[in-house]
Ligand binder design. Structure first.
Ligand code: IMO
Ligand code: MG
Length: 420
């Protein structure tokens, strides 16, 4: 039985909270795609850490945590997360890292910065974590995998790749990379990471056949997917359901529930189309209420209303079977709340979504308005306990999208949830 948690919109929907709740019933939690561009808070001994690679389920030593083959891993960041866990008394014996996962090295980060600089006005607003260039190397078949990283091949591959990248850095007048320095520094990370690297594909395959409860932790989101998102304003991996299969080797036959996570409003960290964005006071207010600042980028996130046209697209692309909606308490602090239920395209009302930026540029949102003031949600023990305004808002989302809401986030603490 495999349950999947995916981002329903543009990232930062609070997937971590849903995963944390569902992982209580899981035996294995797997990350499938992306890399250190994702961020989630982990609380260890009362202190908050921003983890970017290791799923939070690592804190429960009964759960095996897997970083799948579809993830691009920055060894420096992974080694640091392992160190934090060990320094806090965790054995980390429950971690497995795919030997097939590709690694991110300093030249990928430098290339990410260079590409952004060259895009000028058309920049994507990446997280500067080297994600795009690392996936480029993977598809160009020049990438360095975990199995290479922990072997004697590492030196040779780094030298070859640095030589090639330096030619480009030289053209743009950038400082070049020193392969010896990379090899020296990263050999230290090999010593920390090596023991976790294994064939996770066969491990997961045997586990699913044995009936283990597996939870897949998606990162990024549907509209950031390189195929289905608002290209080119996307990340460089498949953050939709397909990426779960190719990023782990899990079999589609075993997939059970697919949770699409959304916030009760919307945000975007980075450039690209965002039809329901509120660029002025309302957006500022939502940002302030929801503490919407990028975990990695520290940028103020762009904020606005939930777009049900886009959400229906996410449902179609991923086969979402249940919705998880976070931050109901945040949006409930407003007097009036809006939901985008359609677009006006060339003067005609349509419920058609297309992730093509040229199409979206011609659309304006059609809103339905709701009474707000439903921030007393924290008192609720079940959806039925929510006040009428909150219920109307949630009912309308379900009605338009045609998928049940099974998880409602009603406060900042992990236990502030309603689930059915
Ligand atoms: P989680 O898992 C929000 C966005 C970046 C940028 C674009 C490309 O926390 O939801 P990249 O560095 O991936 O090449 O950047 O994608 N982006 C995210 N936005 N949450 C994320 O992850 C994101 N990961 C990437 O802001 O617009
Ligand atoms: Mg994020």
């Amino acid at each position: 039985m495999v349950d999947v948690v995916l981002g329903g919109f543009l990232g930062d929907e609070g997937k971590g909270k849903v995963i944390e709740f569902l992982s209580k019933n899981a035996e294995i939690v797997v990350r499938c795609c992306g890399g250190s561009n994702a961020g989630h808070h982990v609380e260890i001994n009362g202190k908050r850490y921003d983890f970017r690679l290791i799923p939070t389920a690592i804190l429960d030593e009964n759960i095996t945590v897997v970083i799948g083959n579809g993830v691009v891993i920055d060894p420096k960041i992974l080694a640091n997360e392992i160190k934090i866990l060990k320094n806090n008394g965790y054995s980390v014996n429950n971690l497995k890292v795919s030997e097939k996962a590709h690694i991110v090295l300093p030249y990928h980060i430098k290339m990410d910065e260079l590409l952004e600089e060259n895009r000028g006005q058309d920049k994507i607003g990446t997280t500067h974590c080297g994600i795009g260039p690392a996936y480029c190397d993977k598809y160009e078949r020049a990438g360095i995998r975990m199995q290479d990283f922990i072997s004697s091949r590492f030196e040779k591959l780094v030298k070859r790749n640095v030589e090639n990248k330096n030619k480009i850095f030289e053209i743009y007048g950038k400082e070049t990379e020193d392969s010896s320095a990379i090899i020296e520094e990263y050999s230290k990370y090999v010593d920390i990471i090596k023991e976790y690297v294994c064939d996770t594909v066969m491990y997961l395959s045997e586990s699913e056949k044995a009936g283990k409860k597996i939870l897949c932790e998606g990162s990024q989101a549907t509209l950031l997917d390189v195929d289905f998102g608002t290209y080119p304003y996307v990340t460089s991996s498949n953050s939709t359901i397909g990426g779960v299969l190719t990023g782990t080797g899990l079999n589609h036959k075993y997939i059970n529930e697919v949770y699409g996570v959304i916030k009760a409003y919307a945000s975007r960290d980075g450039e690209g189309p965002f039809l329901t964005e509120e660029p002025e006071e309302i957006g500022d207010k939502i940002r302030e209420l929801g503490h919407e600042v990028g975990t990695i980028t520290k940028r103020p996130r762009r904020c606005g209303w939930l777009d049900l046209n886009a959400l229906k697209y996410a449902v179609a692309v991923n086969g979402i079977t249940a919705l998880a909606i976070n931050h109901l308490d945040v949006i409930g602090k407003l007097k009036r709340v809006k939901l985008c239920v359609a677009y006006k395209y060339d003067g005609i009302v349509t419920t058609k979504y297309s992730s093509n930026p040229a199409y979206l540029a011609k659309c304006t949102p059609v809103y339905e308005e709701f009474d707000g003031n439903f921030d007393d949600v924290l008192e609720a023990d079940a959806r039925e306990d929510l006040c009428e305004n909150a219920q109307k808002y949630l009912d309308r989302i379900e009605e338009v999208v045609g998928v049940p809401i099974k998880f409602i986030g009603i406060g900042s603490e992990n236990e502030n949830i309603l689930f059915k």
